[in-house]
Design a protein around this ligand. Structure first.
Ligand SMILES: Nc1ncnc2c1ncn2[C@@H]1O[C@H](COP(=O)(O)OP(=O)(O)OP(=O)(O)O)[C@@H](O)[C@H]1O
Length: 261
């Protein structure tokens, strides 16, 4: 049995078909990168994996059972825009998830439980390269550092599935390279299954283990909402040639033009 099974999955909003007939199996520990034209439903797919949206039709299974319909601690998400708490320091931001999990009502840990949690927090902060900034406030951090913090917040919860929605999209190209190394290191250390959306086809072509291209195979210019996107390429990373890259780039650009027309 596969870790994640997607079987003839559809997502519609009213009369708009966003995703159609998605079929996919993903094993535990894979790192899938999702690319595709803007509006092709990549974030919608992540939301279904998170439990924030439900499929209209088809099956989405985790270890053979329907995905839990609500977000839970097994699934974490990092967005492009920093999602940290502005009124908490770096250390408090990372501690927060553990406190809420262990003490959902009080939101505070005490004594040994707090010391143990803080040890874990400090190890995590160190591993994302923020040890020197542990007591700083989010507004004192650069964009890259805030994103490191958001990543630490997610990994501290040890999610089995981590969803990254364009996590590096707002960062300078120089910083993105460092972030790629960071996410690959954390992924290797933890074995978390990752789905990462990116608009950068280059990024999709080398980061992780597998590239999934979301694209429309049918399009009616008179009724653009009639057909959704599906997975048109499912390729192992590192085994792709120039020609494949160019044909993906050209078909994604064509869909992007059609969607923005
Ligand atoms: N809650 C909603 N209600 C109605 N339509 C929605 C809703 N959420 C998303 N959509 C529509 O679904 C389509 C896909 O959106 P989605 O954000 O998943 O695309 P995307 O591929 O992630 O785009 P981008 O790359 O720009 O983030 C869009 O046309 C969007 O307007």
């Amino acid at each position: 049995m596969s870790f994640i099974t997607v079987n003839n999955l559809w997502k519609e909003y009213g009369h708009t078909v966003v995703l159609e007939n998605l079929n996919l199996t993903v094993e535990q520990g894979e790192f899938c990168t999702l690319v595709g034209a803007s509006g092709c439903g990549k974030s919608t797919f992540l939301k279904m994996l998170l439990g924030q949206e439900q499929p209209t039709r088809g099956q989405l299974a985790l270890e053979g059972r329907d995905f839990p319909g609500e977000p839970d601690r097994n699934r974490g998400i990092v967005f492009q825009r920093y999602s940290v708490f502005p009124h908490l320091t770096v250390r408090q931001n990372v501690l927060m998830g553990l406190e809420l999990e262990q003490k959902p009502l009080l939101g505070k840990l005490f004594g040994k439980a707090r010391r143990d949690a803080l040890e874990k927090v400090d190890r995590m902060i160190e591993s994302v390269g923020l040890a020197h900034a542990a007591n700083k406030w989010p507004h004192e951090l650069s964009g890259g550092m805030q994103q490191r913090l958001a990543i630490a917040q997610s990994f501290i919860m040890e999610p089995r599935v981590l969803l990254l929605d364009e996590p590096f999209g707002a960062l300078d190209p120089g910083i993105r390279g460092d972030m790629h190394e960071l996410i690959l290191k954390l992924w290797r250390d933890t074995g978390t299954t990752i789905f990462m959306v990116t608009h950068d086809l280059h990024e999709g072509f080398y980061l992780g283990t597998r590239l999934l291209v979301f694209d429309k195979v049918r399009n009616d210019p008179q009724k653009p909402e009639a057909y959704g996107a599906t997975i048109t390429y499912d390729l192992p990373i590192g085994q792709n040639d120039r020609q494949t890259y160019e044909s993906i780039e050209s078909s994604v650009s064509e869909t992007a033009r059609a969607l923005s027309a």
